[in-house]
Structures are given as C-alpha cells and as structure tokens.
Design a protein around this ligand. Structure first.
Ligand code: BEZ
Length: 212
C-alpha cells in the first residue's frame, strides 16, 4: 500500500491489542490520535520509546490525543514486554499495543521498508485529527529513537494553526509568537489582531501573538 498522505483519511482497521479488540475509527472517535510503529518487542530503543510515550500520558490527555503502538509481534509478546517497559520507565503502559502479526496495519500504513533490514516495521508516526485526516507523518530508521517532545510540539502547532490564519516558525514552542498566514495581508492582519499586535519583518513575514 502507498503511505497515507497528508489530508487523506487515515485507513480504518480492526485489530487485536493489549487493551482488547479495537476498531480504529470507533476507538479514536473525535479525538486526535498518534499511531506509531516500532520494529520489535524486547529491543532496547523500542523499550525506551514506549516507556517515554507512557510517561507522557498527561501530556497526550491534555491535548485530547489517544496514542497507540503497533509492531508485527504477537499479543503474548506484547503483554510480556509491557511489564519490562513499565519496570524500566516507571510508568504504566495504559495505551494499546497492536499485535500486527498479520501485518494488516503495517501494510495499510506502509510501515515496512525492506531497505531497513527485515520484514518488521520501521519507526513511523502518523498524527491523525478528529476528522480522521492524516495531518503529519514521519519515518525514522530502526537505529534512531524518536523525540516525543517534538511530536507533542507538532500537535500543539497543528491545533493552534487550525484556529486561525497562522503558521508556526522554526523551533516554535507554545507561548511564542506565530506567523500570519500569507493569505492575509498585513493591513487585514492589523485590523483583525490589532495595529500593535502585528510586526512586519518582510511583507511576507509577519508575526503576531498566538491566540490564548
Ligand atoms: C531497538 O529497538 O533497539 C532496535 C530494534 C530493531 C532494530 C534495531 C534496533
């Protein structure tokens, strides 16, 4: 299958998980979701990644994000490995781990890249919005653990830019100024956000205060 692209509907599926059988769209309902794959259970980088996702539980909840992990390992392996993740991270793994031994989900989301060594999934991430649209995707090789603070930051940026004609600059973090989208003229931006609330650096680069 082709990788689901930005703006497309995230493919639906029903799968066995550590939290029981899940139909993805029903389970997710009108939340955001982060669906992320890892290569294999009982491996070091994956153990740190899934522990970090567990430790960020409050951060996902604050943003109305449901997380779910996927690999091609069977349910018994997931259930056993979950204990290791909890021991190592000190956090409870309350999100579902999909047992994708049939490779249904990995293939739907194009998570298996033969150039990356074997037939297990690489480190893919899909951020999916309340309307089930894919809003962000990234793919890391097996050897490089992901930065989940960056994924939270990107969710913050997506949720903020959905609220107005804004974009976020490089390295933007919550609380910092945002960019006025190119579709809005500086005059219109000043009328809308306030004369003193818009700074024009270049005619195409205007900053304003992020909405509260
Ligand atoms: C790891 O999680 O450490 C890992 C898994 C598969 C390939 C390489 C590294």
């Amino acid at each position: 299958m082709a990788t689901p692209r930005l703006g497309e509907t995230a493919p639906d599926f029903t799968a066995e998980t550590t939290e029981g059988s899940i139909s993805f769209h029903d389970w997710k309902a009108d939340s955001w979701a982060v669906l992320f794959s890892h290569p294999a259970d009982f491996t070091p980088v994956c153990t740190t990644e899934l522990g970090r996702v567990a430790a960020l539980d409050d951060e996902w909840t604050k943003r109305n994000v449901k997380v779910l992990a996927v690999s091609v390992d069977p349910i018994d392996a997931h259930n056993e490995w979950k204990g290791d993740i909890e021991e190592v991270s000190g956090s409870s793994v309350d999100y579902p781990l999909i047992a994708d031994d049939s490779r249904q989900v990995s293939e739907l989301y194009d998570m298996i890249h033969p150039g990356e060594g074997d037939t297990s999934s690489v480190r893919s991430v899909f951020v999916i919005d309340p309307a089930n649209k894919v809003r962000l995707s990234l793919t890391y090789p097996k050897s490089v653990g992901r930065n989940f603070d960056e994924i939270l930051r990107a969710v913050d940026a997506l949720q903020l830019t959905d609220r107005g004609p804004f974009s976020t600059p490089a390295d933007w973090r919550e609380g910092q100024r945002v960019i006025v989208a190119p579709t809005v003229s500086t005059a219109d931006a000043k009328e809308r956000f306030g004369e003193d609330a818009v700074e024009e650096i270049k005619p195409y680069l205007r900053y304003t205060t992020a909405p509260a």
